[in-house]
Write a protein that binds this ligand. Structure first.
Ligand code: 3PY
Ligand code: MG
Length: 253
């Protein structure tokens, strides 16, 4: 059962934490913290298939849904991520409905798609113990696509209409860059574009997701009906905690 997909279907808000440290040890710490999902980042964190595998194994005993972001929406990479047992994928930089359709096909076995078959050797099938895996994988897979460019904003409804796309996730950093405000996702023009995008995604009936800029932003997005919100990152928590401890300890010294 895919906990993330189930949560979306139930319509409850899903709170996530970005994992960029790329280690099983820290992933396990975060897995026990009560979040609904953890995002393992293959795009911007120093991950390989092996490091991703270790993190998936480390969190598998916890009631948390793993989501993995592929570095790029390439069918051969999607196949590998699915085979190591991550059933919920986030694909960056999706800009057309055609691209979204090809991504859906990459997640599905023939005749519904083009995913290659490795039934009994994949962790996804519990190494063959799930004898029905190839027949049921389609229902378990959850595909989330990132809306993070001016081009994508222009075709939100078309991308959302693609059967097999389960959610549309806004990436504020890349969107800001694409709109001419590199490094400034809080710029009013970027915020207006995000608000508009959220409203349009929700109007299509598909789930919307976003990377929140801070806790207040997260609360506002949840109140606006965003279904899955990343609240922060493991690196951010560690860096902020380390700096705060030092500053607190030096206060009055
Ligand atoms: C972005 O902000 O561009 C992301 O991809 C994730 O937050
Ligand atoms: Mg991005």
């Amino acid at each position: 059962m895919n906990l993330f997909k189930q949560g979306l279907a139930e319509g409850r808000p899903l709170l996530g934490l970005w994992q960029a440290l790329a280690t099983p040890y820290t992933a396990e710490i975060c897995a026990g913290a009560g979040y609904d999902w953890l995002l393992f980042d293959g795009e911007h964190a120093p991950n390989t298939l092996q490091t991703l595998l270790g993190q998936l194994q480390a969190v598998s005993a916890y009631p948390v849904a793993p989501v993995a972001r592929v570095p790029v929406g390439d069918p051969s990479i999607i196949k590998q991520y699915l085979d190591i047992g991550c059933a919920t994928l986030l694909v960056p930089m999706v800009e057309t409905a055609d691209q979204a359709r090809r991504l859906v096909a990459a997640t599905r076995f023939p005749p519904h798609g083009v995913r290659g078959v490795a039934s009994s050797t994949s962790r996804a099938s519990r190494f063959g113990a799930d004898v029905n895996y190839v027949k049921t994988a389609r229902e378990a897979v959850c595909l989330l696509v990132q809306i993070e460019s001016a081009a994508a904003l222009g075709v939100i409804e078309e991308i959302a209409a693609v059967e097999g796309v389960d959610g549309l996730f806004i990436g504020p950093a890349d969107l800001a860059a694409s709109l001419g405000h590199l490094g400034d996702p809080r710029h009013p023009d970027v915020q207006a574009a995000i608000n508009d995008a959220i409203g349009r995604i929700l109007a299509t009936g598909k789930a919307a997701g976003i990377f929140a800029l801070d806790a207040a932003d997260a609360r506002a997005r949840l109140a606006a009906g965003v279904a899955f919100v990343s609240l922060g990152t493991d690196i951010g928590l560690l860096a902020a905690g380390a700096r705060r401890l030092l500053a607190d300890s030096l206060q009055g010294a």
